[in-house]
Ligand binder design. Sequence first.
Ligand code: SAM
Length: 241
Amino acid sequence: MRTNELRAFASKALTELAARLRPAVNASAGADQALRTARRIGDDWHQNAYYDDAEKYMNDSWTRLIWPLIQDCDFSAVVDLAAGHGRNTEKLRQIAAKVWVADINAENIDFCRARFRGDARVAYAPCDGVSLTGIPDGAVSLLYCFDAMVHFDSDTVRAYLRDFHRALRPGGRGFCHHSNYTLAPVGDHRRNPHWRNFMSKELFEHYCDKEGLRVVRQQVIDWDEAKSLDCMTVFEKTRAS
Ligand SMILES: C[S@@+](CC[C@H](N)C(=O)[O-])C[C@H]1O[C@@H](n2cnc3c(N)ncnc32)[C@H](O)[C@@H]1O
């Protein structure tokens, strides 16, 4: 082979290799971006005064909003996603055989470890912000998330729904309290009422459908003075894979 032919051969081979690697490189860049977005929002919740303040509203939220929607669910293996300081876990552990505490912030996991020390029903699953790291496939009967997903970016919501499908048992359910705020499709969500991120009742159902999750019921709710700001959705895993 002459030098020119060798050069042309090498150049063609390199171009083909680059084309073959590009989807993997793009996917990895996309995954990094998704983690960064989740991390940015997770960083709003380090040692926030919110936790002590929110504790006193838990009984009312549980009785008035949450329990009527989830009372027919299976509580044998529950995940409390974005658990914070565990005010929901406290309620769930009274009726569940097992509760995993999951949160993006390690100090919240540590707080809950101390709060629930000695309770063998409570386990801990620090997560990466877009998936249920450490929760085995098909292990979960109820995926629970209250007063946290309302702040998540829509990409984060979609990523979690995909992973919920992996972690849920067939017939397992999810209960998510999410935003129903669509008036600011761009910009910093912290400028929106109660820091709600862009999401709607309909978009959430659309994402559920794409991830093999069937919506069982949805309820639009007010949050303080803000009318119809949020939605609570119960969904069920329908597809086996
Ligand atoms: C407003 S607090 C709510 C805590 C708890 N759910 C409650 O009702 O008290 C928001 C929580 O979401 C957690 N968080 C934020 N982004 C997250 C993410 N992408 N994945 C998991 N947890 C996240 C924060 O660390 C914080 O604990």
